[in-house]
Design a protein around this ligand. Structure first.
Ligand SMILES: NC(=O)c1ccc[n+]([C@@H]2O[C@H](COP(=O)([O-])OP(=O)(O)OC[C@H]3O[C@@H](n4cnc5c(N)ncnc54)[C@H](O)[C@@H]3O)[C@@H](O)[C@H]2O)c1
Length: 325
């Protein structure tokens, strides 16, 4: 049984974009990390990346100078999972490639005890397929982070077909210890929860353009100024409750749902963008056009927005008259 006292040393394998953030998150919460990557650059860059993340938490995230003192003593950096044997929980965040991940899980199983939870940060590979190749599938599950993982309260915890209750419970406890607001997911579905909801919206938005009903900028503005405002405060269910209730929304569902798009492939204009490999702000061409450097500007603006939103949430939730979620 992995109680809170037993979740003190976490093994993280894969120290790329997400993995380095995850290491910073765990260290920021006072736990110990054994961090592994086969790439020497990723290993060398890790301390600087952790230091930058912790400074951001002090500058923007409500942490105080001194809160993270001594984090270097709690970080051990390795070139493989060979030193994971005393870890209480493993987080895998290597490249999104089923073969690479399966080989990593097999190496982890050689090292850790049979009941040590092993989680994957995969965004889309089926957990249950990995479980079929594992010696101890019950201790395996999904733990899905988003960027920046050291700041955003988002986390999805996903059961594969064979995940046992003790593993699921340990992941939930670890999520709470890391300051997350975990979304518990009882079934391994493509896109888990949040991407399914996002893709339902992208499909309808694309359909409205394909049908000539509206254009990219009009739709973006409409969503930013309505859904974008309330969704940073409430999710869809709380929103329906405070703006009419299930009876009202339920009646509207009967009228609107039958008219929503349910295509199983993107419209032609998106297929053309796929064929041209339009990568948006990165390549200069997407739904809008971009100049060189715009990609970095949007990335920076997005990060600043996240910090401001998190500050607003801390302020609001500290107000006496702000309702509990
Ligand atoms: N980038 C995101 O926004 C995001 C969000 C949520 C989840 N994810 C998921 O997180 C995982 C990692 O994504 P990323 O964007 O950090 O990728 P990345 O390419 O930045 O990093 C992957 C790291 O894994 C290392 N690696 C590869 N094979 C390895 C092995 N056998 N042993 C040890 N290390 C190995 C690489 O050297 C690299 O440092 C993926 O499964 C991805 O789907 C990414």
């Amino acid at each position: 049984m992995h109680t809170q006292e037993h979740l003190q040393k976490i093994g993280v394998i894969g120290l790329g974009l997400l993995g380095a953030d995850i290491v910073a998150l765990i260290l920021s919460r006072g736990l110990n990390v054994v961090a592994a990557d086969l790439d020497s650059d990723a290993r060398q860059q890790l301390p600087q990346r952790v230091s930058t993340a912790l400074s951001e938490l002090i500058e923007h995230g409500g942490a105080k100078q001194g809160d993270f003192d001594g984090w270097q003593d709690r970080l051990q950096i390795e070139n493989s999972c060979a030193k994971f044997q005393n870890c209480d929980f493993i987080i895998e965040s290597v490249a999104e490639d089923a073969k690479i991940k399966a080989a990593v899980f097999s190496s982890i199983e050689e090292v850790v005890t049979a009941d040590t939870p092993v989680s994957t940060n995969t965004s889309g590979l089926p957990l249950s397929d990995f479980q079929q190749q594992l010696k101890h599938p019950g201790r395996f599950l999904g733990m899905h982070f988003c960027q920046p993982a050291y700041a955003q309260p988002f986390m999805e915890i996903i059961r594969g077909e064979q995940t046992n209750d003790s593993t699921f419970g340990a992941a939930h406890r670890l999520g709470l210890m890391l300051g997350k607001e975990p979304c518990l997911i009882n079934r391994d579905l493509p896109g888990f929860v949040v991407n399914r909801i996002g893709y339902a919206m992208y499909r309808e938005a694309a359909n409205l353009v394909a049908e000539g009903v509206s254009d990219f900028a009009s739709i973006d503005n409409a969503v930013r100024n309505t859904l974008g405002v309330f969704m940073s405060m409430t999710g869809p269910f709380r929103w329906m409750d405070i703006s009419g209730g299930p009876a009202l929304y339920g009646r509207a569902m009967k009228t609107i749902w039958p008219t929503l798009d349910n295509s199983d492939s993107p419209p032609e204009f998106i297929q053309e963008m796929i064929d041209q490999n339009d990568r948006g702000a990165v390549s200069g061409k997407g739904f809008y056009d971009y100049q060189s450097g715009d990609g970095e500007l949007w990335d920076k603006a997005f990060r600043q927005h996240v910090w401001k939103l998190l500050k607003l949430r801390r302020e609001e939730e500290g107000q006496e008259d702000f309702p509990d979620q």
